[in-house]
Design a protein around this ligand. Structure first.
Ligand code: FES
Length: 72
């Protein structure tokens, strides 16, 4: 297990916990909703697959590469 967990959108300075709450407040269920709103995940986009997992699972911290492990 890594000491480092992916838990935020660095470009927009929002933690995944904040993103989860914001999506809930706005009724957003898709990553694209958050990107169009300019809330997260439309800068470098490296966080995008993790934010998809936030929306799908409700979890807010992930091992680096967790997205790729999920896709197997
Ligand atoms: S880290 Fe989220 S867009 Fe760059």
């Amino acid at each position: 297990m890594s000491d480092f967990l992916v838990n935020r959108c660095i470009c927009h300075e929002h933690s995944f916990e904040e993103i989860k709450e914001y999506a809930k407040e706005k009724g957003y269920t898709d990553l694209e909703d958050l990107q169009i709103d300019n809330y997260c995940s439309n800068g470098c986009r490296i966080c995008a697959p993790y934010v998809e997992m936030v929306l799908e699972t409700g979890e807010t911290a992930f091992e680096p590469g967790a997205y790729y492990k999920r896709k197997k």
